[in-house]
Design a protein around this ligand. Structure first.
Ligand SMILES: *Cc1c(COP(=O)(O)O)cnc(C)c1O
Length: 373
């Protein structure tokens, strides 16, 4: 069978708003390509429209994670507790600052870090807990923050999958010490590559803005008469800022963002209803106190390889997206004894969810799945 329209249905697509062509062209025309007023405008809109606190626009989500760890003071000899169910960048940046990722188990029914598996992993070297909102569904932040407070740890959210998500009425990006977003091409809101780092503490936020540009406080380092910018570099900064032509794409893609999120929710409802009682499928848990950003639509499935083949044979992508990352040589080189993560690795699967997906395609995908595998 072929999907409606006849072409393969991918897991992700890249959304580029029709107005982006003109907006980016205007930046190219101006020849001002570096970080300027469009980056500022992009940050203003991220705060106003997505509820991010003090967002600093950066050149990637990985840069956001790295800078968050730096500004949080995580360094050599420290440990950061996180779940393996994520993309490699989450733990890689911990290693980049000289610290050690310590893996805690996930909840089998969400893929998120299990708050009950954190506390016994805390040592005098532990500096932070990193919470990854798998697929866009927010972690148990109340429980995580309580543990962090009790042990004087910082909380860093890897919110690469969850711009626009809310938790107990609060926007993701307004909850923890640091929140990191990604604007990579297949994420909800793309700038080509890009990211944002939100620091709740205004002092830390100023540090983020300074250290994303070499460690120089640009606004307060005027150029003197001989043409030299006046500053004294006193700590390590990075070349992590976003630029104006990427921001122009981001600004274009912010138009209609909420409407696209509403569409995603509608498609997810259609999936959930259509796949409610399909034998062999166990849905993830979804609590009513939080709203996922729905980057992914996933569930647990029996006979996974057959499921993937059956979908592929009918022109539909299906993918695990990521397995647990704890087996990588850099992080120790062996599968840790995390029973939920190991079970999750065996049964999790994700099916298409993106801005180009139609309800007709979703109906077709549901039909194909219902025929069995
Ligand atoms: C995409 C992603 C990142 C990295 O973001 P980039 O913008 O590609 O650097 C980090 N963490 C998770 C969970 C991601 O999915």
């Amino acid at each position: 069978m072929l999907p409606p329209g006849g072409s393969f249905i991918p897991l992700f697509t890249t959304f580029v708003h029709p107005s982006a062509q003109q907006r980016v062209a205007a930046v190219l025309q101006s020849t001002f390509l570096s970080e300027g007023k469009l980056v500022k405008e992009f940050e203003t809109r991220l705060a106003a429209e997505l509820g991010m606190v003090n967002p600093a626009a950066l050149n990637s989500g990985t840069s956001a994670l790295h800078l968050a760890l730096e500004v949080a003071g995580v360094g050599v000899g420290n440990e950061v507790i996180l779940a393996p169910q994520t993309f490699i960048a989450s733990a890689l940046t911990v290693v980049q600052v000289g610290a050690k990722p310590v893996f805690a188990d996930i909840q089998y029914n969400t893929g998120n870090i299990d708050p009950t598996d954190i506390e016994h992993r805390i040592t005098p070297r532990t500096k932070a807990i990193m919470a990854v909102h798998w697929g866009g569904y927010p972690c148990d932040m109340v429980e995580i923050k309580a543990i962090a407070k009790k042990h004087n740890l910082l909380v860093i959210e890897d919110a690469a999958h969850s711009p626009g998500a809310t938790y107990q009425g609060q926007h993701i990006g307004s909850i923890s010490d640091f929140t990191c977003f990604s604007f990579q091409a297949i994420k909800h809101l793309t700038t080509g590559d890009g990211g944002a780092l939100c620091a709740l503490d205004p002092e830390k936020a100023r540090e983020v803005f300074r250290r994303r540009w070499f460690g120089i406080d640009r606004a307060n380092s005027p150029t003197n008469e001989v043409g030299e910018r006046e500053y004294d570099l006193f700590d390590v900064g990075y070349k992590y800022h976003l630029n104006d032509y990427s921001a122009a794409l981001g600004l274009a893609n912010l138009d209609g963002f909420q409407e696209r999120m509403t569409r995603r929710r509608t498609l997810v409802e259609q999936y959930k209803e259509g796949l409610q009682k399909v034998p062999g499928i166990t849905h993830f848990e979804r609590k009513t106190d939080r709203e996922s950003a729905h980057w992914l639509f996933g569930f647990h499935v029996e006979n996974r390889l057959q499921f993937i083949r059956a979908l592929k044979g009918n022109g539909i992508a299906a993918s695990v997206v990521h397995d647990g990352i704890d087996n990588n040589t850099l992080f120790g080189g062996k599968r840790s004894e995390l029973s939920n993560q190991r079970r999750f690795d065996e049964t999790q699967i994700h099916i298409p969810l993106h801005d180009d997906l139609t309800s007709e395609q979703v109906a077709y995908i549901i039909d194909v799945i219902k025929q069995g595998w």
